[in-house]
Design a protein around this ligand. Structure first.
Ligand code: SAH
Length: 306
């Protein structure tokens, strides 16, 4: 986990159940006697994330309709802190990133530059804008192709004081494009970010869910639902993550002067090679790969600029 991540210690589940009482129904006792959560249940995971967001980020309201991709808040936070460090390195005269104190929640430090990011595929949860606004006081434009997800994201933004003013939601009306239509003439973003749809078909998404289900020891019968709670359209796109990555690199060249750093999560190491080839073709030479997460959940944040 990123050294700034506030969730480095194991969660205190009984304390969280006081914030969201429904969590109490999903607590389990591990063989060594600790209280933990039934992570196999999508409802339990949604309630855990709700409790973290209400308690630690002072949200008044956060919820998702059944079946929407439920973000793991601690993992998402690693990407936000990684971006913060990347931006800090660009600010000449500042001490190395590790020495900078994390600012007070939601407040931009006096004299600190106003930062605006573009979140591609924000989902119903609005997770990255929430964390970016609350941790660093950033501003966001957040996009998605799903009208249904944007409806929920709009409700979350509207019902939480402080978020509505800092987050603008935009629908990408053409699913085959990423930056076109949403970056407008004259706009400038310090960074773009994206947790891309991984799979190339709904079947591949369900197969992965089934595998995860089996790994959790639920071998008898199919999983009752995608056990990480993802709606099929959130999890897959034509050509999967590699196609999304290629499209993003190609379009980035057209709006290169309007963006400080383009970034995206890359789920598999092999996809970096795809990006490298595409960057070579496009003449993109400034790139960075930053590893985040841990263990089986190791991911990379790929960053580039032109
Ligand atoms: N950011 C959220 C959701 C990631 S899932 C999280 O981290 O939990 C990927 C999202 O990308 C989905 O919500 C999907 O609807 C959206 N998406 C797919 N194609 C897109 C496109 N061309 N432009 C914007 N969003 C897109």
């Amino acid at each position: 986990m990123h050294p700034r991540n506030r969730y480095a210690q194991p969660h205190d589940f009984p304390a969280l159940a006081k914030v969201v009482p429904g969590l109490a129904d999903h607590l389990i006792t591990t063989p060594d006697g600790r209280t933990s959560l039934n992570f196999a249940s999508p409802v339990a995971v949604r309630l855990l994330n709700q409790a973290l967001l209400l308690r630690d980020y002072n949200l008044k309201f956060w919820d998702l309709p059944k079946g929407n991709l439920c973000p793991g808040v601690p993992g998402r936070l690693d990407y936000i802190h990684t971006l913060a460090e990347l931006l800090e390195e660009d600010q000449v005269g500042l001490p190395p990133a590790g020495l900078i104190n994390v600012p007070a929640q939601g407040k931009r430090k006096k004299g600190a530059p106003r930062i605006t990011g573009l979140d591609i595929g924000t989902g119903a949860s609005l997770i990255y804008p929430i964390l970016g606004v609350k941790e660093y006081g950033w501003n966001f434009v957040a996009t998605d192709v799903s009208e249904r997800s944007l409806k929920v994201a709009t409700a979350i933004s509207k019902f939480n004081p402080g978020l509505g003013k800092k987050v603008v939601l935009r629908r990408q009306s053409d699913p085959s494009t990423i930056f076109h239509n949403v970056i407008r003439p004259g706009e400038r973003f310090d960074f773009t970010m994206c947790n891309p749809p991984f799979f190339d078909s709904a079947e591949a998404a369900s197969a992965a869910a089934q595998l995860k289900w089996e790994k959790l020891g639920k071998t008898n019968g199919p999983s009752p639902t995608l056990n990480f709670g993802g709606q099929a359209n959130e999890l897959w796109t034509e050509g999967g993550e590699p196609a999304f990555l290629r499209q993003m690199s190609r379009e980035s060249v057209d709006c290169a002067s309007q963006v400080g750093w383009f970034t995206t999560l890359v789920s598999k190491k092999g996809y970096l090679k795809i990006a490298e080839i595409e960057f070579g073709r496009l003449g993109i030479t400034t790139t960075r790969t930053i590893r985040i997460g841990q263990g089986g959940k190791l991911r990379r944040v790929l960053c580039w600029r032109k």
